[in-house]
Design a protein. Sequence first.
Length: 476
Amino acid sequence: MSALDDQPKRVRDQVERMHAAVDAVDALLARLGAEGLQRVSASSLAQLKAMETTAHNAGMVHVERRFATLATLAERYLARDPGFAAGAWVAAVNEAWLLNRATRRALAEDRLPADMRYLLGEARRTYSVLDAPLEVQPLGASGWVTETGFVGVTVLCATPDEAEPLTLSIARPTMHFGDEPLRLYRTPPAPALDLTLAELAHGAWALTRAKRSADGRLGLHAEVEVAPAPYRGARAYAPWRVEGALDLLDRLRAADADPVRGAQTVFACFAPASGAPLTFDDKHGVARGWLTDAAGRRVGLRVPLRPWTDLLVENLRRLYGPRPDGPAPPRPEALFGRAFVGDGALLFEPMTALYPAGVALGTRRVDEVHLGLEPLKRVRGARRARRGRRTAQPGRDGPATARRRRGGLVWPPARRSDRRRALASVVRASLAPRATRRRRRPTTGGGASAAASVHPPTTGAPPCSTTRRCGSGCGR
């Protein structure tokens, strides 16, 4: 008698569907491997979509999403889409095979579906409302587009009491919202919020009645309240600071490896001493470079070449040359991003550039620039800001030097009463009627004879002396 006999009928039925799905997945993956990518056809696409439904009915969410990715890639391959990547196809096949093999092994050990959530996955996460306000400070932000047709933005947030960052993400279907993460970045993450995600990605915030899942994901719903919180600045990055390449390897070694999805990815704040220009590998669809730490050890720089990573590639080219155009931006003090091992090397994918002294991003003053969502060509250092448009530096600049001058007035004024008085003067000046400019009269003579020589009056009508109509004295 096994533990499955004491379970409800719905659990026994799910286990039976899982046994059938595991065999079907192995058969389809073996056929795809034997035929190769060059023999993928419309029939193969139909089989992939049918297997996606089979995995869904069995509750194998991770396998279902891998087959959804394979179906999308097969459609691109059949359409001769230049965005098709053979490496993504191979990776999806390997991940589906590894997940299916681990599921088969767990079923052979009589494990129940409730004990296999790590392998099976969940269609929707469970969120619980937090009782106390949660103070968060954004660390990094990045945009992404999935192969299954979703576009989103992810913001990593630090909390004062936790060593792992929390994740705040918004995702929308590309069918209705397009495939540009910048559009989501410039919109509020919840209908009840007045702040856009671009504003929430800087500073520090206190979230009241926010929702949180067991794996550290935050949810913003209609009842959430957002208020400013004490800003810790660069101190928020202290748990992720590394001194160099060796410390980065130690952090990777200490992380738990994923036996199914390969090497673990860790977040780190790395301060490179220098960097090399990017080179483009069109065959594998990546941009490569390297960063050097203070000891001269190199860390690989790799960015996938996708439409939503164009801004990240352009910003890295501005930092480490050759620049596309314009002056060089200020060099960041450190970079925050993902570190992982791939292709037999230590690799780093930056997300955010840190400027503890502060820089001007457009009209705002920030301490960090999210490289995949904010252009560095709009960034100006505190000392390199253009005259008359310099952003104030708290604790350094006085109220007059931090404001623009308009016609001898400091704008905006420091006090509210001065601001109202200056605004009223501007409004009055804009509403005042403009003086009428008169045309210069001809110098052929004076008085009525001069006007008559230009516009002779009609018979019986005296020459006019007004200039309201044509400006020459005829009055018509």
